[in-house]
Design a protein around this ligand. Structure first.
Ligand code: ZN
Length: 464
């Protein structure tokens, strides 16, 4: 059992985590908007959620986990103006909104799988399948006087919620609308946000690809309300932990809190965790710089997704990280080496001292850099397989599985080359032996020489 301390964005303090229900932790992770492939920065949030889930499970609790799928309502500006990301993508690709959303939702699941992110019993509710639940909350907000109508939709009046902006202590007065594409002069306060937006068809214009009837007119829900509705439906309110990227603190998460607390009079979640961003080669990821990379991009460059996971864990989730191809390639080589070494470790029992340290690092606000340093140390000191496997329950680098995989289905031709090389070595024909090694490596294999034996394994790239 580990005591877990987490840095709570809500209080700005590191606090001992205590769940509401005994032996069941309820966690909500803000999920992807499925209009395009998630990039590596997006995936950092789900690695955080995964490390957190594994740490809680390791400490003996079940985790009830919900990750929402945003398939409507997220506008290009991240605010209340501009096009809907899904509709824009559908028009660009000449597909229906439904097809776009399902396609990229599946791409997201593939990324989760590639990164060994646990999701077997995770719930992935879709916004479009919870319109009724969203409308129900909007009705309550309107009845209680927190909502008002404008010519383009129903808005939340943030001046009616005295705690507005409490998450991360956002200074509302300093928040300007400058970054928005348009400014809505009908809004009572700049921080007010859309709960429901009318479709152009509500005033005789064109129909949207996705729109629904509501008490306020045909339209679609604002981006934030789905999280309030679906977290409540599946996890109740308050629930234990809510996570997301730091970009969500000022607007999206404060808006979720405002809606949920004003509608139901109780907190939304007790703990809020936020992960920092990834920059790429020192620059912010952006379309214009062409530096938005995905997990498939890593795979195309022969980098195993778990090498990216290893690289990510070398930084604390609350520290910004700078992605470079060199660094992630280095992580790939390191992981490959560790997988080979894993095979050579003893079958002795768990090294208790190492594991106690490991638990204390994870329990201290998920300090993965320290946990990884300890892992490397355990390899250097040739601790047992079981010790590494115990750490891997949380790190999720899949040592047992990968070390099996690199020995499976070795082709006959390569086996023959290996035998030929073994003979060359016995005959001290070093030139031939080197040439054969090169040939073997070209086929995606690696050789490890041990006395007069050689061990043949696939390289890590061949497992992608
Ligand atoms: Zn959310």
């Amino acid at each position: 059992m580990i005591e877990i301390k987490l840095n709570n964005t809500l209080t700005g303090k590191k606090e001992v985590f205590l769940p509401i229900h005994k032996n069941e932790v309820r966690m909500y992770n803000c999920g992807p908007t499925v209009y395009f492939f998630p990039h590596i920065g997006n995936m950092r949030s789900y690695i955080l959620a995964d490390i957190l889930r594994r740490t809680i499970e390791y400490s003996g609790s079940k985790v009830k986990q919900v990750i929402n799928i945003t398939d409507v309502g997220h506008l290009v500006s991240d605010g209340d103006e501009g096009e809907d990301k899904i509709e824009k993508s559908a028009q660009k690709e000449g597909k229906t909104a439904f097809d776009i959303a399902r396609f990229y939702e599946n791409a997201y699941y593939q990324d989760l799988k590639d990164l060994n992110i646990k999701s077997d019993d995770t719930k992935f509710p879709r916004a479009t399948e919870h319109i009724k639940e969203q409308i129900e909350i909007l009705k309550i907000l309107e009845e209680k006087g927190f909502a008002y109508k404008t010519s383009d939709g129903l808005y939340f009046d943030t001046s009616k919620f005295k705690d507005y902006g409490k998450l991360g202590n956002i200074n509302i007065k300093e928040q300007k609308e400058g970054a928005r594409i348009e400014t809505n002069i009908e809004k009572r306060n700049p921080s007010d946000f859309a709960l429901w937006k009318y479709s152009p068809s509500a005033s005789g214009g064109e129909k949207r690809l996705q729109e629904w009837e509501s008490p306020w007119g045909v339209g679609f829900p604002g981006w934030h309300i789905e999280c309030s509705a679906m977290s409540r439906k599946y996890l109740d309110q308050p629930f234990d932990i809510h996570t997301g990227g730091i970009d969500h603190i000022p607007v999206h998460h404060n808006n979720e809190i405002a809606q949920s607390e004003c509608a139901f009079g109780v907190p939304l979640a007790n703990f809020w965790l936020h992960n920092e961003f990834i920059t790429v080669e020192g620059e912010k990821m952006s379309k214009s710089l062409g530096n938005i990379f995905t997990i498939s991009d890593l795979k195309k460059r022969q980098i195993h997704p778990l090498a990216f996971r290893l690289w990510l864990l070398s930084g604390h989730y609350r520290s910004p990280m700078n992605f470079t191809w060199d660094a992630v390639l280095g992580a790939h080589k390191t992981l490959e080496k560790l997988i080979f070494e894993f095979d050579n470790l003893s079958k002795e029992d768990i090294d208790k001292e190492t594991i106690e340290k490991f638990e204390s690092f994870l329990g201290d606000d998920l300090d993965t850099p320290k946990a990884l340093a300890l892992l490397h140390n355990a390899f250097n000191l040739k601790k047992s397989k079981k010790t590494i496997q115990e750490m891997d329950k949380i790190l999720g680098l899949n040592f047992s599985f990968l070390s099996k995989k690199i020995k499976e289905n070795i082709s006959d031709e390569v086996m023959e080359l290996k035998n030929e090389r073994d003979t060359a070595r016995k005959e001290k024909n070093w030139q031939k032996s080197d040439e054969l090694r090169e040939e073997i490596e070209k086929e995606g294999y690696l050789l490890e020489d041990k006395n007069d034996q050689s061990i043949l394994r696939k390289n890590l790239s061949s497992l992608i």
